[in-house]
Design a binder for this molecule. Structure first.
Ligand code: FES
Length: 149
């Protein structure tokens, strides 16, 4: 089911209810079972999202290192709350659980790119960089962070 949902999301940008029904039909499960999977994994979106999906980890290591302030800065900068997309359709802000890089907290995932050790004061700059330079600034893997520090 997961590969099928990835394909749907790659084609449509999110997994619609109709797509859940279709995937269920193709692989032989109920639409409710497909919806269970879509709603469980934060990497699947059941409604349209922005060009950039900012997923802020809120689990313990990140929480202790300022994740809530990162979320607040991003929310204020974008004029939205977690779970919302900005009016331009460019940014979606989501709070998620552990992204698997706890030793580099706080961590956010922008589309498929990790940004680790992200200080709240740098979160605003990340949005500005994405707006002005586009996805080329998405190189926040831990190796890049280590080179910068
Ligand atoms: S607690 Fe944030 S990445 Fe694990």
């Amino acid at each position: 089911m997961l590969p099928a949902l990835y394909l749907v999301q790659k084609q449509q940008g999110f997994v619609s209810r109709r797509a859940m029904e279709y995937v269920g039909q193709v692989i032989g499960v109920t639409p409710a079972e497909v919806e269970d999977v879509v709603s469980y994994y934060t990497m699947f979106y059941s409604k349209p999202v922005g060009e950039y999906v900012l997923q802020v980890c809120r689990t313990l290591s990140c929480a202790l290192n300022g994740a809530e302030r990162v979320t607040d800065v991003l929310a204020k900068k974008l004029g939205i709350k977690p779970g919302e997309t900005d009016p331009s359709g460019t940014f979606t802000l989501i709070e998620v659980e552990c992204l698997g890089a706890c030793d580099r907290a706080p961590v956010i995932l922008v589309n498929d790119h990790w940004h680790e050790c992200l200080k709240p004061e740098d979160a605003e700059q990340l949005v500005d960089d994405l707006r002005s330079q586009g996805p080329g600034v998405l190189s926040g893997c831990h190796l890049c962070v280590e080179k910068r520090t």
